[in-house]
Write a protein of this length. Sequence first.
Length: 190
Amino acid sequence: MNAFIEQELSEHCDVIKALGSLTRDIADAARLCSAALDRGGRIYLCGNGGSAGDAQHIAAELIGRLIHDRKSLPAVALTTDTSALTAIANDYGYDHVFARQVEGLLSPGDVLIAISTSGNSANVLNAVDTAFEKGGTVVALSGKDGGELARRVDGCITVPSQTTARIQECHILIGHILCGLIESELGLRQ
Ligand SMILES: O=C(CO)[C@@H](O)[C@H](O)[C@H](O)[C@H](O)COP(=O)(O)O
Ligand SMILES: [Zn+2]
């Protein structure tokens, strides 16, 4: 048992250390989010499973606060409305649960943060396509080889790991960094 724990901890530390290569991608993503919020835009987030949790966690940091007392920043996770999720899945199919919400909610200039460790979840990819059709900007958090997600968006932050759990652990770290950058860039401007 101890060997498993030590192996997991060691793998986690190795991936975290490799994230330095993503500094520019993270800074670019934070700039896109800050610019959109500064223009009066909103941030929407989506993802499946652990990434749904990350979407909600990041939205909460922005609409609430990360560290500083400041104005609320408009961020909405598309993973929480069970009536909308079940109706869309039932009537149109699970691949449309996020795209349909993006179609109804996203305005030109808003940002979609698409989270997928494989980069290949169909419902996330459909949301990305719809966000572009609506004139939005897409920031993506991915892993492995970035999957289809990395090919569809301009700025994909791809965690250099093949293990879903390690990628998710890095995604929430990157999410906190993004929120910290956004908060210091414009959240403190009242
Ligand atoms: O949290 C985990 C595994 O750590 C799972 O719930 C995981 O998020 C689910 O299998 C997702 O469906 C994976 O989707 P994706 O990250 O490849 O888009
Ligand atoms: Zn997980």
